[in-house]
Design a protein. Structure first.
Length: 205
């Protein structure tokens, strides 16, 4: 199965495991030169006196991809020698980005820019963790659905609550979310803070 097909098949699992929003192919801005690096000690045991020629022609670029990660090295007369993946390494030149990783000829780059949308999602996940801790402190049963009331003067937090309300309901078993203009009341009351923003949250069965 090709790498593109594998990424499509397991995209959701990969995104969940490494906590990324999107997976896409690298664009042409990534410049890399693949370098073939034969392992001399491995080759000597297999090819004896021909080892030097294999290394020479391999570095000249006289190589082609075989099956199962094999590399085929050929000389000017097209005589071929097959190398297993334990006989060589692949390195890359011109990759100087700290956010790039390489493994088994796969190049991956993480875009670590925190967009406003990602920042709000991060806050929503923090609120979710906060709500679940409140549930534990209130000694609710794991299947108890509760009401949430909150009060905040922060427009930013109100936007987060509005946009990620369904997410919070699913993650913390919330029946209903309401915004109060005064300090809310409930079985448990706690103050959530994010940077300089504050929100009072009450949960009630």
């Amino acid at each position: 199965m090709k790498q593109e097909e594998l990424l499509q098949k397991y995209e959701d699992i990969i995104k969940e495991e490494i906590n990324v929003k999107e997976i896409k192919n690298l664009d042409d801005s990534i410049k890399a030169k693949k370098i073939f690096k034969p392992i001399g000690s491995q080759l000597s045991a297999k090819f004896a006196k021909d080892t030097g020629k294999i290394i020479q022609f391999g570095k000249m670029g006289n190589i082609k991809q075989g099956e199962n990660n094999q590399i085929i090295v050929f000389d000017n007369d097209w005589n071929e020698r097959t190398l297993e993946n334990s006989d060589y390494e692949i390195a890359y030149e011109w990759l100087d980005d700290n956010n790039i990783a390489i493994d088994n000829e796969i190049i991956a780059r993480l875009d670590l820019e925190i967009t406003p949308e990602l920042a709000k999602e991060w806050v929503a996940r923090e609120i979710s963790r906060f709500l679940n801790q409140m549930r534990k402190d209130a000694k609710y049963n794991v299947d108890d659905k509760v009401h949430l009331a909150y009060q905040t003067d922060s427009e930013y937090l109100m936007e987060v609550m509005a946009k990620f309300g369904e997410f919070l309901q699913d993650e913390a078993l919330i029946k209903e979310i309401s915004h109060n203009t005064r300090t809310p009341a409930g079985d448990i009351l706690a103050e959530f803070t994010s940077d300089d923003k504050m929100m009072m949250i009450a949960l009630k069965k």
